[in-house]
Ligand binder design. Sequence first.
Ligand code: SAM
Length: 288
Amino acid sequence: MSKLSNIGTIKDILQRHEFQFSKALGQNFLVNPTVCPRIAEMGNAKPGFGIIEIGTGIGVLTVELAQRADKVVCIEIDSRLLPVLEETLADCKNVTVINEDVLKVDLAALIAKEFAGLEVAVCANLPYYITSPIIMELLEARLPIRSITVMVQREAAQRICARPGTREAGAISLAVQYYSEPKLLFPVSRGSFLPAPEVDSCVIRLDVRETPPVDVPDEKLFFRVIRGAFSQRRKTLPNSLSSCFQLPKGDVTALLAECGIPVSARAEQLSIKQFAEIARAFSRLSGT
Ligand code: SAM
């Protein structure tokens, strides 16, 4: 176990560098020594793998990743952490730190440059204010990555990993299912962080699929149908879809009947296959 897993050491480092936490950047650093080794082990940090870490903090997870994987590239937006990382990662010769906003990094180019000959996985204790954009960016870019293992807020974890057709499902659950097989791994209490956030967290892993579970000729339309259906959760499908696609409700009702879907159905009751069928039916209508 690394010396960084000790809360006394972490507090000392932060004090010496006069580091002030930024709430806006989602800075809640892990101080529970059991969590980072578990994320690393369950997140494919092993020989033959290169790891992208998003949001390095003072490097508590980084050192665990570096001990197990061939190479680690970290992306950290806060330049005030660079002198801290120089100290904490001094012994990790296989780590590169990139001081950038992850949403502005060309990840495909980064992978090609840094990880030739290696399998790639993403591991992170994510900044919660951009959980969904990061996850969707990683998935939609169809990067050559095997898995995304991330800590997110507990409610977000439940929503992201919800099975389509269940009450917890939302547009993001469907999108995540399309690109990956999501799993809830383990819960992490708010007391495991410094400063402690107001909610508990959960580590999830998304195993990226080689091919989607449904065949959709027009992905853009498929996701438009999903977003439209969930945009007004309380409404039935004919209502939400007719307002989203600006079509007469009768046309949408007929289209749903063609797909064998009851008019009283709501978005959270549908499977990914049913969404694909609706999208195919919409694509047959002109002007959508
Ligand atoms: N990995 C560390 C840990 O577990 O203690 C830090 C996790 S903390 C929840 C999130 C980290 O993401 C912070 O260090 C923060 O500065 C960084 N961060 C926030 N927004 C970011 C962005 N857009 N791109 C890269 N890093 C970001």
